[in-house]
Ligand binder design. Structure first.
Ligand SMILES: C[S@@+](CC[C@H](N)C(=O)[O-])C[C@H]1O[C@@H](n2cnc3c(N)ncnc32)[C@H](O)[C@@H]1O
Length: 240
């Protein structure tokens, strides 16, 4: 791996976390502070490092497929995905950027009773328009035709998403519904040797339950890897 590429990725992380101008940034959510005022991602360093490690692993092992994040907010994690592909010389894979671009849905308690108390939909800070996210990609010079924006509620967009194979599937939709709908639609497309990352597993009960329900129903046995105070991931086994 070239040293310049690795240094580019470190600089990209620092910019996305707003760390180069605000050395105090670190992981504001882990410290129970408000959503970052200016950073392009809510993720802290461990989770960005994890995205990098997963992508580098699939590239090295030749695992086929695109990358997707479901729940992108200002776009930071997906900007980073595109940057890793660029830094590591991948010329083929697409980054799918899926969001309502208007915040979270109100709980659908009939279909997803676990979301009954979820109040994320009341938070205007979580609504970031697609134009703003595109502009953020452009600021990093990473807006091109290998980034595809999927606009709408996951229940409407993900089941028919025209992607055949995924190498990295990153879920960051907070709620039971948002997690469960993404798992149902996309996990079957995750290739053997590919990674699934769940941002909210250790911090949001609805997400925790959605993942546990899905794993139990699908008899998924791969062990969790803890990423940080909130995120986990696992690697899909050849016959997983
Ligand atoms: C925690 S934020 C994502 C943070 C982001 N990954 C980052 O790098 O900072 C959650 C996002 O998920 C989106 N979202 C949650 N549930 C959704 C759903 N059911 N359909 C569409 N978008 C959803 C919200 O609009 C919001 O942008």
């Amino acid at each position: 791996m070239s040293d310049a590429a690795s240094r580019y990725l470190e600089l990209l992380k620092a910019c996305l976390m707003d760390e180069i101008y605000d050395p105090e940034h670190r992981d504001v959510l882990a410290e129970d502070r408000e959503w970052p005022r200016r950073a392009h991602t809510m993720l802290g360093r461990e989770r960005l490092d994890n995205i990098q490690a997963c992508i580098e692993s699939v590239l090295e092992d030749g695992v086929e497929g695109d990358l997707i994040e479901t729940g992108v907010w200002r776009g930071g994690a997906t900007i980073f995905m595109r940057g890793v592909l660029e830094a590591r010389g991948d010329a083929a894979r697409t980054v799918w950027v899926a969001d309502s671009f208007q915040g979270l849905p109100a709980p659908d308690t009939q279909n997803f009773p676990a979301d009954a108390a979820d109040a994320h939909f009341t938070r205007p800070e979580l609504a970031v328009s697609v134009d703003e996210v595109k502009a953020n990609f452009a600021r990093y010079g990473l807006l091109d035709d290998r980034v595809i924006f999927v606009e709408g509620w996951f229940r409407e967009t993900l089941p028919a998403l025209p992607v055949e194979k995924l190498a990295v599937l990153r879920l960051d939709g907070d709620m039971y519904e948002s997690t469960r709908v993404a798992l149902d639609a996309l996990y079957p497309k995750l290739q053997p040797g590919g990674y699934i990352i769940v941002d909210d597993y250790r911090s949001i009960p609805g997400c925790f339950k959605a993942v546990n329900d899905y794993r139990a129903e699908q008899h998924i046995r791969e062990p969790f890897v803890v990423v940080d105070w909130t995120a986990v991931c696992w690697r899909r086994e050849p016959n997983g």
